[in-house]
Design a protein around this ligand. Structure first.
Ligand code: C5P
Length: 210
């Protein structure tokens, strides 16, 4: 079984993906980490994430160990990720890894949950279950702001909201694989649902796919 979960930044799709994977015994791949690792590698090499040559070089030499780096969670990595993610060749270079994970998940898992922006539309259009998790920009910024403060990081709500809006704009308007729900995706709006309710809604859909 392949479950594809897409949605904008801080929508709760990662939490839902992790909880679904644990509940159903599936492997989980947070595909945003691939783009974050590429973006961070470019920054660390002193490069510009908008530079297609530097970004492709980083994508082609991506070491899976880099996916464990704690620095991937930072907004600096997130912003760099959304820049490298708009480069066609970078997306193409990361595609095989994602598809292999979906179709041959690490044992003992017999299926996989992938979350990102284009899983249901591009990476795994054949997925049995497709979910699109979203929430208002304000609700997502509030969540993200709280998370940063809890981690002991400095955060200003207005700045977080502006960053989220900018990332939404970049992810939704790019020419390739823009953030958009697959035609057959089920919408889960976490503006009004907490994590437990979102999990319950997803499980209900999985047990009775329409
Ligand atoms: O989900 P996360 O916030 O970690 O993703 C970081 C960035 O990576 C996103 O803003 C998006 O530009 C890019 N991304 C993507 N396709 C995916 C996953 C992430 O373009 N499947």
């Amino acid at each position: 079984m392949i479950i594809a979960i897409d949605g904008p930044a801080a929508s709760g799709k990662g939490t839902l993906a992790r909880r679904l994977a644990a509940k159903l015994g599936l492997a989980h791949l947070d595909t945003g980490r691939l783009y974050r690792a590429v973006g961070l590698a470019v920054l660390r090499a002193g490069g510009d994430p908008d530079d297609a040559v530097a970004a492709l070089k980083a994508a082609e030499s991506l070491d899976p160990a880099a996916l464990e780096d704690h620095a991937l969670a930072s907004d600096r990595a997130g912003n760099a990720a959304s820049k490298v993610a708009a480069i066609d060749a970078v997306r193409a270079a990361l595609l095989a890894f994602q598809r292999t994970f979906a179709h041959h998940p690490p044992a003992p898992a017999t299926g996989a949950v992938l979350d990102g922006r284009d899983i249901g539309t591009v990476v795994c259009p054949e997925a049995e279950v497709k979910l699109f998790v979203t929430a208002s920009a304000e609700a997502r910024a509030k969540r993200r702001h709280k998370e940063l403060l809890e981690r002991g990081e400095a955060s200003i709500y207005a700045r977080v909201l502006a960053d989220i809006r900018e990332r939404d704009r970049r992810d939704s308007t790019r020419a390739i694989a823009p953030l958009t729900p697959a035609a057959d995706a089920i919408l889960i709006d976490t503006t009004v649902l907490d994590a437990d309710a979102a999990l319950a809604a997803a499980l209900e859909h999985i047990s009775q796919p329409s």
